[in-house]
Structure formats: C-alpha cells, structure tokens
Ligand binder design. Sequence first.
Ligand SMILES: Cc1ncc(COP(=O)(O)O)c(C=O)c1O
Length: 389
Amino acid sequence: MSEKTYFDFAATTPVDERVVEAMLPYFNEKFGNPSSVHLYGQRAEYAVETAREIVADYINAEPEEIIFTSCGSESNNLALRGVTLARRHHANGTNTIITSKVEHHAVSKTAEQLRQFFGFGIDWLPVDDFGVVNPRTLKSKLNSSVALVSLMYANNEIGSINDIQTMAELCAKNNIPFHTDAVQAAGYLPLDVKKTPVDLVSLGAHKLYGPKGVGALFVRNGTKILPTITGGGQENGLRAGTHNVPYIVGFAKAIELLKVERQARIEHVEPLRNHIIEGVLEKISGSKLTGHPENRLPQHASFVFKNVDGNLLLSMLDEKGFACSSGSACKTGNPEPSEVLTEIGLEREWSLGSLRITLGTTTTKDQVDHFLAILPNIIDLNRSLTAKR
Ligand SMILES: Cc1ncc(COP(=O)(O)O)c(C=O)c1O
C-alpha cells in the first residue's frame, strides 16, 4: 500500500494518463488558435469541434448546445447571470430565482449577488434531512415571476441526488428555464437531455479524471442567455476568449473514457464505499451518515461525529496519510459548520465534526481497511482534545 491514501476524489481527480497523452500535442505541435484562418487554426478548430461533439454526445445534446468554459463555477455563473439578465430583458416581470441553500457556492453566491446588486428576489427552497428538494415544494413555488430555477443534480458535500427528472418536467410545463449543476453527478449518473427537459447543465472536467481549468455549460437551443464574458465571438458569442484547446481536448478524452468505463468505475467504488459506511457506523459511537443512505453518489461517504473538531480530524488523518475532506474543498479551514449541514438540521455539536470520504479508480480494499482500523482511535483522541478546550 502506498504511504498516502487519497480519499478526496470529489474535490478533484488525478488526470488520467490517457487524457494527458491526448492533450500533449495541443501545447506545441498543434498550438494554433481555432479562430485563425490558416492551417494551424483549422487544426485547432477541428480539435475543439470534435471535442464539442464528444461532450454533447455524452448527454445526448446537439454540439452547438455545448459552451466550453474555464470550470464548473464559470458554467454556473453563466447559467445564473446569463439567463436571469436575458429573461429580464425578454420577459418583463421575471425577477425571482428559485434555488436551495445546499447548492455549491458558485450557484448560491451568484444568486446572492443577483439579489443584492441586480434586484432579483430569491426563493430558497427547503431540503429534507437528506438534503433533497421535494418536487412538490418546487411545484408550489412556480409562477410567472420566476426567471430561473437552479437545483443541483447531486450534492458535493453529502452526495444526495435530487429528482432532476420531475423538477425539470415541472419547470418545462411552466415555461421556466431549469438549470442543474451536474459537476459532481456527471462522473457517475446518467443524463439524457432529450429525455430530461433541463435547459442548462453545468459540467466540469476535473471531477472526472480530466484537467482542471475547463468545463462546459449545456444551453438548450432557444434558451435566452447573455454572455458573462464579452469580447470575441467564440462559443456562439456566449463565451469570449481564445479557446483553451489542450484542456478542451483533455475534457473530451476524459468524457470518452467515462462513457466506456462508467459502469466499471461504479462497480469498483460502490462496494468499497458501502464497506466504509458500514464500518464507520458500526465502529464509532456518536456517528451519523449525512446525506441519503441509498440515493447518493456511489463513491461518496459522508459523516458527522458528535463532539469532534472536524478540522482537527482532517489534520490528524492527514498525519496518518489519509487525505480526506470535511465537505467541500472550499470549506476546509473554516471553523464554522457548513450551510449544507445546518440546512439539513444538524445541531452544532454534530455539524462541526464532519468528514467526507470520496473514492476513485485507484482506491483499494487495503486502503479502506487500514482507514477503518485507525479511525476509532483518532476519533477518541480528537474527542478528548476537543473536550479539554
Ligand atoms: C457541485 C459543484 N458545483 C460546482 C463546482 C465548481 O467546479 P469548479 O471547481 O470546476 O469550478 C464544484 C466543485 O467542487 C461542485 O462540487
């Protein structure tokens, strides 16, 4: 077993060797700008357009419905800001955003900015104890003032999966654009935009063995949207800036591999993940699973431990060679409980002691067994140190 164990695949994945190989020629040999007329440009353009077809095919979209961005966060920003501002222009009186408090900050903080500086209202939908939105609640909130609904496919902190199908259908029936952040879900869950009437879907490459710094937004043909980065006419005029060709190629290669290997990846991580959940709940008193017990991402285990300092726990685990997270990568180091854990109704004495373990293609049974062997002592020690404060 290697000295260090990476249990944080939801924060980011390593780039698959085959992805690196596909990217390399586009740094020097085929370095052209896709907007250039000459042969160098044509080669680069061909690479970007081929990548677009591959990403589109994965979710059964049309190639022109894929807008390449720099990351999942940018895709979320483009969806929220781009659609709400366009809707205000085209459909007078649409001034409410419906979303939930368990969204990634790239959604919730963008919605907050639209409220504070652009005059939109926000209807925050409640979630149940598993962090899931009830479609009936959404249904009761839909009316002609709604500019956009944005609800995530799967939650990054607690792994729960939303019923995107029903919620997209509800929005479609009411002619309200529906956006879903599928950055965490895309590596494991199916999405067919011909069957699920979503209008916008955010994707990111670095959660599925592609490079950091590239993402995509699916924008259904006919959706009114303004660019958030203006300038050149790249990406159908929706995202100015010279294409990041090697990264776009890498993203497409990662998607190509995912298409073939997704089922095998699920079959690899799910039993190991189940073993972790059973082991932790059995061995550690004062522990709880967070998120849905069954309807959750297959590589994702998340817990809270009563009277445990979560940040200290991460450091103690790191010292023992385990790279884990308290929830989302962005929250690490913040001593306050996350909004997600507060929103699902956990009291502070629980929510401060959170731990997220997310597995991947290289995770082994030995790593999991070793982790389960050391965790109880670490929790005991953490509790005694925390109690002395
Ligand atoms: C659900 C979700 N949305 C959006 C993002 C942001 O993606 P990126 O890191 O590519 O900006 C993340 C990253 O953790 C995420 O988990």
